[in-house]
Ligand binder design. Structure first.
Ligand code: 2IT
Length: 447
């Protein structure tokens, strides 16, 4: 396999899917050498099969807004790869959603899910519906209309969606309600991220952020450093940023910035419990403005419009918002300000040239598919609890999450340790995930 050849074919076929092409290129560049050491992979055309989703469902979602106007959005579910188990991955509601964006996310999800050690294939879905400014009733009607199509192709042993950007416990509730109505199937395992009284797992809301911090702590410990006492800049203020901030504070770090599409909120004294709780209020308001934090806590937080979290001096950068949110210029600003570690919590949060800048400057970098895998891993634990009709305690789920994040770190070390002894986490995560999926595909024949 030659990456340039595979990529030029894909670029010709999918010229309007830049994120998908970016995600595929990153994985293929990481695995090229290992792949070519296995002639059976080439013989079975594993890469050519793996870069194409199994199927994509594309559908119209029509709903009525509060003014009685009829609105139409596009809905999608990308069932990417089922070699390791039922399709598993979130739903993203965001105005910029395209099939190409969901293909990138589904591709990433396939390897991430492989890293979790749990039997889950990769999938992703969503809509270009923009939750910003929508009422609760509008969100409900949209979710119901979305499920009118989606229900036909999902199920607890087929495809199990969850949340992502713009989809949290509220949306999962409305989606689940409609699914039951349509499918006449009351198994709780069809979606994850559910409410705690109806099948949800304790700690699933926190899991992406908590897992990211467990992983970050281990990355730092491996490099002979401690997280305690260091400053952290976090981008975003949604579910992932919230969990990350909560655990970072618990670990003794100081979170000095959070951000939003409107700008950055600097918190020189460090975010506290009251402010972390307020992040939930900000998110539930559907206003999508981080300035709300400075309005609410004017003595402790300072809002600057139009700036990113990366303009704030910090030891550790944690992108927790959206793909490609950290660009080369941002990386250079962080490096100049003394940042020594960047753990990507958002999916593909850093542009390739930003990652290169970090690596060349000796900044420790770990990729999203390893760092944020605690989210989907805990979804996997939710599926296990649902399938066995039990619920574990917070301590049990947390212990399993710890164990899974450690195992992901171990896989990164195994496949990513370079000749000079340094760990390339990008290579490590990509090769570990790839080997698992490739081997499973090989063993299951040409299908
Ligand atoms: O990107 C992700 O891993 C998620 N949005 C979570 C997916 C899941 O199935 O919990």
């Amino acid at each position: 396999m030659q990456v340039s050849q595979v990529m030029s074919t894909l670029e010709r076929k999918y010229p309007y899917e830049p994120e998908y092409l970016q995600a595929v290129r990153e994985v293929l560049e990481s695995v090229e050498d290992v792949y070519n050491e296995h002639p059976e992979f080439e013989k079975n055309k594993i890469v050519e099969r793996m870069v194409e989703p199994d199927r994509i469902l594309s559908f119209r979602v029509t709903w009525v807004d509060d003014q009685g106007r009829i609105q139409t959005n596009s809905g999608f579910r990308v069932q990417f790869n089922s070699a390791l188990g039922p399709y598993k991955g979130g739903l993203r509601f965001h105005r910029a959603v395209t099939p190409g964006m969901l293909k990138f996310l589904g591709f990433e999800q396939t390897f991430k899910n492989a890293l979790t050690t749990l039997p889950m294939g990769g999938g992703k879905g969503g809509s270009d519906f923009d939750p910003k400014g929508k009422s609760d009733a509008e969100i409900m009607r949209f979710c119901q209309a979305f499920m009118l199509e989606l229900w036909k192709i999902i199920g607890p042993d087929t495809d199990v969606p969850a949340g992502d950007v713009g989809v949290g416990a509220r949306e999962i509730g409305y989606l689940t309600g409609m699914y039951k109505k349509l499918a006449h199937e009351y198994n709780t395992g069809v979606l994850t991220g559910k409410g705690l009284t109806w099948g949800g797992s304790i700690l699933r809301p926190e899991a992406t952020g908590f897992g990211a911090l467990y992983f970050t702590r281990q990355v730092l410990a491996t490099a002979g450093r401690d997280i305690k006492g260091h400053t952290i800049a976090i981008s975003g203020f949604g579910n992932v940023a919230w969990g990350a901030a909560k655990k970072a504070v618990e670990m003794g770090a100081r979170v000095v910035a959070i951000s939003g599409p409107d700008g950055v909120c600097e918190i020189p004294g460090g975010i506290d419990k009251e402010m972390i709780d307020y992040m939930l209020v900000m998110r539930a308001s559907n206003r999508d403005q981080v300035s709300m934090m400075a309005d609410r806590f004017p003595d402790r937080a300072r809002f600057t419009p139009g700036r990113k979290a990366w303009s704030v001096k910090c030891d550790i950068a944690l992108p927790c918002a959206f793909q490609n949110e950290l660009e080369e210029a941002d990386a250079r600003e962080l490096i100049a300000n003394g940042t020594f570690c960047c753990c990507e919590v958002s999916n593909m949060g850093c542009r390739p040239d930003a990652i290169k800048a970090f690596q060349e400057a000796g900044v420790i970098f770990a990729p999203g598919k390893a760092v944020n895998a605690g989210g989907v891993a805990t979804s996997g634990l939710e599926m296990t609890q649902n399938a066995s009709h039990i619920s574990w305690t917070g301590a049990e789920v947390d212990a399993k999450l710890h164990q899974i994040m450690s195992s992901i770190h171990e896989q990164c070390v195994k496949y990513g340790t370079q000749a000079d002894g340094k760990i390339d986490y990008v290579k490590g995560a990509n090769i570990a995930g790839f080997m698992k999926v490739a081997t499973a595909m090989l063993e299951q024949g040409v299908i």
